[in-house]
Write a protein that binds this ligand. Structure first.
Ligand SMILES: Cc1ncc(COP(=O)(O)O)c(C=O)c1O
Length: 484
C-alpha cells in the first residue's frame, strides 16, 4: 500500500492519546508512540503509509516537535516505522510480521465442530418447495440450449423488481445473474480493473473479497473502520481524494465483519467524491435484507449515482441459502453486456434450475426474510447474552442487522484463541483474516448464524480456553497464524 496520512487525519485517529489508560508515569513521546502502535495493531492505520512530517504532526497535536521526534525515534527502534532522510517515514510492523489474510476458507463437514468461521445460515424450510416448483418450470427451458450469460429473464426481472421496490428504479437489462456474490465481484474486477490497479477497501473487510483482489493483483489501500462508529467520513472521503483509486469496494449494509450501517449522508458524499476523482464503486449489498430491530435502511448507494459510477452486487446466500450459488450485478445495461462478454471466458452462464429455484424463493421473499430476521435477532441476543455473562471483558457494538458481531477482545490473542478453539471443537475466523497486514489481533468476528444453543455452548468453550491462554507459554501467541 502506498499513501500518506496527513497531520490532522492522524490527530483525529489518535483521539485522546495523551489520556490512554496506564500512562500516568510515561512521558508524552512514549504515550504518542504507544498510541500509534495501537492504531497499527488494530488495522486502523495501514502498513506502508507515510506519516506526516514531524513539524506537521506537532502542529496538529499542539505539542512540541521534540516530542514527535522522540516518538518517531521510538517507533523506529521498535520496528514500527522506517525512515529515509529527506523522503519521510513509513509505517511497518516489527520483523515484517505478516499473517495470511487470504486462502482456503471452507465450511466444515465435521458435525461435532461448532463452526463460527462461516457466517451463513442453514437453508430455510421453504427451499424444498421452491426446488420442487422449479422442476415443474424446467420444461419451459429444455427446448433451448440453456446458456443465458446474463441470466434467465424471469430471475433478472424479479431481481430488478426488488431494487425498484427499494426505491431504485431498475430494469431487467441492468441485471446480470451470477453464481454467487463472490463470482459477481470477480467478474466486475475482471471488467473494471487492470492487473495492478488500485482499490480502496474497508479495514476490516470480507476476506474473500481480499482474495479476489489478490487474484487480480490489485494494489489495495484501506480505510480503517472505528470499532464503535464505523466509517469516519472525513477520513474516507480524504482517502478517496488522496489515493484516487480506480475502484473502491464497500459493504454499506451491516458491513462484514463489523455490522455497521452506512448513513445516507455519507453514501451521497462517497458517490460524489468517487465521481470527482474518477473512482468506480463496487457496492456489496449481501446483507441488505437482514435489518433488525425495525432499523430503517438508508437509500441504496446507487440512488445517488448519476454517472454509472456505482456497480451493486448482491445475492441469495445470506437471506436464503449459500448452497444455491445465485448472485447478481446491478449496473448500466451496456456494463451488463460487457460483463456478459467477460463471463464467456469464465463460466458461460449460471445453472437454469438453480435460477428457477431463486425465482420461487424471491416470490415468497416477504415471508422468508421476515422469518430470517426474527431468527437472527434471537440468535444475536443469545450470543450477546452469553458473551456478557462469560466474557464480560470483551466489548461489542450491537449490530442492527446482518449476521456478525465484531468483538474487541481483552488482549491481542485472536489467532491464539482460534488455534486453541479448534482443540475444543469451535472453529473461529480470527481478526487478522479480515485485514491485509496481519493486524487486528485484538478482534474476533462472531457470526450468529448457528442455533442459539450452539452459540451459547461455543461461548462457554471459548471462555474456558480464554483464561487458559493467559497461563500458556506466551511464545505461542507470537507465531503468525496461517490458515489455509
Ligand atoms: C460481504 C460479502 N460478500 C460476498 C459474499 C459471498 O457471497 P456468495 O455466497 O453469494 O458468493 C459474502 C459471504 O459471506 C459476504 O459476506
Amino acid at each position: 500500500m502506498t499513501g500518506q496520512v496527513r497531520g490532522v487525519q492522524l490527530a483525529r485517529l489518535l483521539g485522546q492519546w495523551h489520556a490512554l489508560p496506564g500512562r500516568r508515569r510515561s512521558p508524552d513521546y512514549a504515550a504518542l508512540a504507544g498510541a500509534v502502535r495501537g492504531l497499527l495493531a488494530d488495522g486502523r492505520l495501514p502498513l506502508g503509509v507515510r506519516l506526516p512530517a514531524e513539524r506537521e504532526l506537532a502542529e496538529a497535536l499542539r505539542i512540541s516537535r521534540t516530542t514527535v521526534t522522540a516518538a518517531y525515534r521510538q517507533l523506529r527502534e521498535t520496528g514500527h516505522l522506517a525512515s529515509r532522510r529527506g523522503a519521510g517515514s513509513w509505517t511497518m510492523l516489527p520483523g515484517n510480521h505478516r499473517v495470511a489474510s487470504t486462502g482456503l476458507w471452507t465450511p466444515l463437514d465435521d458435525r461435532e465442530m461448532l463452526d463460527l468461521g462461516v457466517a451463513a445460515l442453514a437453508a430455510p424450510p421453504q427451499l424444498l418447495s421452491a426446488a420442487r416448483a422449479a422442476t415443474e418450470d424446467l420444461p419451459r427451458y429444455l427446448s433451448g440450449a440453456g446458456y443465458h450469460p446474463t441470466g434467465i429473464i424471469e430471475l433478472r426481472e424479479a431481481v430488478a423488481d426488488a431494487y425498484t421496490a427499494r426505491g431504485l428504479p431498475t430494469s431487467a437489462e441492468q441485471i446480470m445473474v451470477t453464481s454467487g456474490t463472490q463470482h459477481a465481484l470477480d467478474l466486475v474486477l475482471r471488467l473494471a480493473l487492470a492487473p495492478g490497479g488500485t482499490v480502496l477497501v474497508e479495514s476490516p473487510t470480507y476476506p474473500n473479497a481480499l482474495a479476489a483482489l489478490a487474484g487480480r493483483r490489485a494494489r489495495v489501500s484501506t480505510h480503517g473502520l472505528a470499532a464503535d462508529t464505523g466509517w469516519e467520513p472525513d477520513l474516507l472521503l480524504g482517502s478517496l481524494r488522496q489515493t484516487r483509486p480506480k475502484l473502491a469496494y464497500l459493504i454499506p449494509e451491516f458491513q462484514n465483519p463489523t455490522g455497521h450501517l452506512m448513513p445516507a449522508t455519507l453514501r451521497e458524499q462517497v458517490v460524489a467524491a468517487a465521481h470527482a476523482v474518477g473512482t468506480d464503486l463496487i457496492i456489496d449489498e449481501s446483507f441488505v435484507d437482514l435489518s433488525m430491530d425495525g432499523t430503517e435502511l438508508p437509500p441504496p448507494v446507487a440512488t445517488y449515482d448519476r454517472h454509472s459510477r456505482v456497480i451493486s452486487i448482491g445475492g441469495m446466500s445470506k437471506p436464503y441459502w449459500g448452497g444455491l450459488r445465485i448472485g447478481w450485478v446491478r449496473a448500466s445495461a451496456p456494463q451488463v453486456q460487457r460483463l456478459a462478454a467477460v463471463r464467456v471466458g469464465v463460466d458461460m452462464a449460471s445453472p437454469v434450475l438453480d435460477q428457477l429455484v431463486a425465482v420461487h424463493l424471491l416470490a415468497d421473499a416477504e415471508a422468508i426474510v421476515a422469518d430470517r430476521r426474527v431468527q437472527l435477532a434471537v440468535q444475536r441476543d443469545a450470543l450477546l447474552g452469553a458473551l456478557a455473562h462469560r466474557l464480560p471483558e470483551w466489548r461489542v457494538t450491537v449490530p442492527r442487522g446482518g449476521v456478525t458481531l465484531w468483538a474487541e477482545l481483552d488482549g491481542p490473542v485472536s489467532s491464539a484463541l482460534a488455534r486453541a478453539a479448534e482443540e475444543v471443537g469451535v472453529r473461529l475466523a480470527p481478526g487478522p483474516r479480515f485485514g491485509l497486514d496481519g493486524t487486528m489481533e485484538r478482534f474476533l468476528r462472531l457470526p450468529f448464524t448457528l442455533p442459539a444453543a450452539d452459540l451459547v455452548e461455543a461461548v462457554e468453550r471459548l471462555a474456558a480456553i480464554r483464561y487458559d491462554l493467559d497461563r500458556a507459554d506466551r511464545q505461542r501467541w507470537r507465531e503468525p497464524a496461517v490458515i489455509a
